[in-house]
Structure formats: C-alpha cells, structure tokens
Ligand binder design. Structure first.
Ligand code: HSE
Length: 360
C-alpha cells in the first residue's frame, strides 16, 4: 500500500517506527515520510521528506498515518476529505475520536467493530485515549462478558502522556533537586530543603507549569463542564464508543499525573452486575487477549510485576490486586499498569495498518 507517515519523528511516532521495525512491517509498504519543517530533507529508509501541507502528495496516499497531533489533523484532514480524498486516515490524536465517521481503534478489544466498519466503508480511524485503551486491554474480559455495571478509575499517569518535553522535565526536576541537596542531612532537613526548592521560582516547570517530581498533579487536560477534567470525561465517552455499547456504562474517576515516565497505572472500583466468584472473574480477565497478565493478589508478586518499573517498554498489561471489597460482594477492586506509548498510543495504529494490509 502507498502509506504516508506524518509525525514519525515525535515520541509516539518514534515508538510506532520502532514497533514496525521489530514486527517487519516497514518493507510491506511504499512509504512517504512527511515533514512540517524539513521538506526535501533526508527521511527514514533513505527517503526524501515530503511537505506535510502538500495536499497533492497527501492525496496520492492510500493510507495516511499521523502522530503529528491534533492541530495538524484540524488543519489538514477536513480539507483533504473536502477535496475528495478517499484513503484511510489513521490518527493518534483525539480530534476525530468522537466524530461519527470515525471509529476508535483498539484491536483486539474491538476487532469485530473494526471489521464491521470496514465493511461499511469507514475510512477514518482514531487511536483511543491512553488510559481508556489501557483499561480495556486489562479489563476487556469483564466488559465482554457484560459483567460490569459501572467503574471508577483513579489514575496514576506518566509524564510521557503530557509529551516528550514534559517527560524530560520530570527528569530535570529530579536532577535539580539532587544537585541542590545534601544527602547527609537529616530526613526532616532534607524534606524542608526539597519543599523550598519545589516552591522556588527557579524550579524547572516550563512544560508542566508545576513541580511533578516529589509531588503529583491531580488535574490532567482542560476543564469541562460538571467539574471533570477532559481526561476524566474521555473515560466514559471513549470507552462506550470503543465497545459500541447500546446502553452506556457509567465510568468516572480522578486522573492524576505522577512521577512515572511512560507507564500509566489505574486503580479500579468495579461494580459487578452480579456477585461472581473470583475464579470466574480471573478467567474472564486472563482470557481476553494475549497481552493481559494476571498478577495474584500477593505482596511479592504485586511489587515484582505490577509496577511501571516492570512494565515500561513492554506490551504486557498486568492486572492485579483483584479482590472483593468490604463494600459488598458485587464490588471488586483491581489495579493495572500499561505502557502509554505502546498500547496507549502506537500499537493500536500499527495494528490498524496491519488490518488494512490483510484486506488488500
Ligand atoms: N491524555 C493522556 C495523558 C495522553 O495526558 O496522559 C494519551 O492519551
């Protein structure tokens, strides 16, 4: 297929390139790599970069994959379609997710919907929000079995979700503190010095606007009506769209940025429709896909396997801390971790390209 790639150099784009290299996807296609700033320059695979605003070259592609961000999508997608371009648009950004012509893609979770949409002529595909995709990779089995009445998801989101500059800033913040403290001071003196540094005007906060290292930020994305943040709003809207539910499952929670680099974690409270035995729940979760990893609710297994440290850079989505809560036999707790750059961003796009390739 003739495939155009915009935003291949950014963080999500680079992870997608790496994944396609590892999986041997690159030689399968005739690639054009686009650039918003360096058209004519040297691109990957000995290519010459095309201009990402050049509608003619864009129109000659059968598929366009973009990790360039929402502003690019807003400036180019509508114009291309208005010009009559009928190719497949695969987008990492959120701009088109709730568009009625677009499907939010998460193969294997909604592979049947992807196939149906292809039959029906859908040509616009959007990767989901990372916390939503990671929740569904972990808990998809419970949704598939119709076991869920509602969910709260309290998130612990990595710096990478805010962008590459933010991820670097987290490390710079930790480095700033390290350079300006004396490890031999007492714990209390150390804490007081660190708090003083975090509150000082010199503390590096250009990207986040606030200290994240040695702290956390309980607000992600913009404000929406009703007191939710946009990240929290996406939880219910996108999950139900991905699952193609007739009746909406209520999902809500508080999304929090923490000092993890690229793994998002989530603590769930799940209200089950009925009091199911734990071994059945375990079976549903484990059997949903090839990447979910069941972690027994034991201290050692949890601390070894259910952390950003264990998961970072892998496609595994461990789910653990599963137990019935004191709230009643229909209330389940669970915790999951996933790499937000892989299943949370790049991998669903790569798999969509693979599905289009299979159908050629
Ligand atoms: N909105 C997510 C975050 C990024 O801020 O972590 C990926 O969807």
């Amino acid at each position: 297929m003739k495939v155009g790639f915009v935003g291949w150099r950014g963080m999500v784009g680079s992870v997608l390139m790496q994944r396609m290299e590892v999986e041997g996807d690159l030689p399968k296609h005739d690639w054009t790599f686009f650039s918003t700033s360096n058209a004519g320059g040297q691109g990957p695979m000995s290519s010459v970069l095309a201009d990402a605003e050049d509608l003619e070259v864009l129109s000659s592609q059968e598929v366009i994959i973009t990790c360039q961000g929402g502003d690019y999508t807003k400036s180019v997608y509508g114009t291309l379609r208005a010009k009559g371009w009928k190719g497949h648009w695969i987008d990492a950004a959120s701009s088109l997710r709730m568009d009625s012509k677009a499907l939010i893609i998460l193969d294997p979770v909604n592979r049947d919907q992807i196939d149906r949409a292809l039959e029906n002529g859908t040509k616009t595909w959007a990767g989901g929000n990372c916390t939503v995709s990671l929740m569904l990779m972990g808990l998809g089995g419970l949704f598939d079995h119709g076991a869920v009445e509602w969910v709260t998801s309290m998130t612990y989101q990595a710096a990478s979700g805010a962008g590459a500059a933010n991820m670097k800033e987290l490390v710079a913040q930790a480095g700033y503190v390290e350079a300006k403290t004396d490890g031999s001071a007492t714990a209390l003196d150390l804490e007081s010095r660190v708090s003083e540094l975090l509150r000082s005007d010199e503390f590096p906060t250009q990207s986040f606007g606030h200290p994240l290292a040695y702290s956390l930020l309980p607000y992600i994305d913009s404000e929406v009506e009703g007191g939710q943040s946009r990240e929290e709003w996406k939880g219910m809207a996108e999950t139900n769209k991905i699952l193609g539910m007739d009746s909406h499952i209520p999902i809500d929670g508080i999304c929090v940025r923490v000092g993890s680099l690229r793994c998002h974690s989530q603590a769930f409270t799940i209200k089950l429709k009925e009091d199911l035995p734990l071994d059945e729940i375990e079976g549903m979760i484990k059997e949903a896909n090839n990447w979910v990893r069941w972690v027994p609710n034991e201290k050692e297994a949890t601390l070894k396997n259910l952390t950003p440290t264990a998961v970072s850079g892998t496609l595994d989505v461990p789910v653990g801390r599963v137990r019935k809560m004191n709230l009643g036999p229909q209330y389940l707790s669970a915790f999951s971790v996933g790499d937000q750059l892989l299943w949370g961003a790049a991998e669903p796009l790569r798999r969509m390209l693979g599905i289009l390739e299979e159908r050629q």
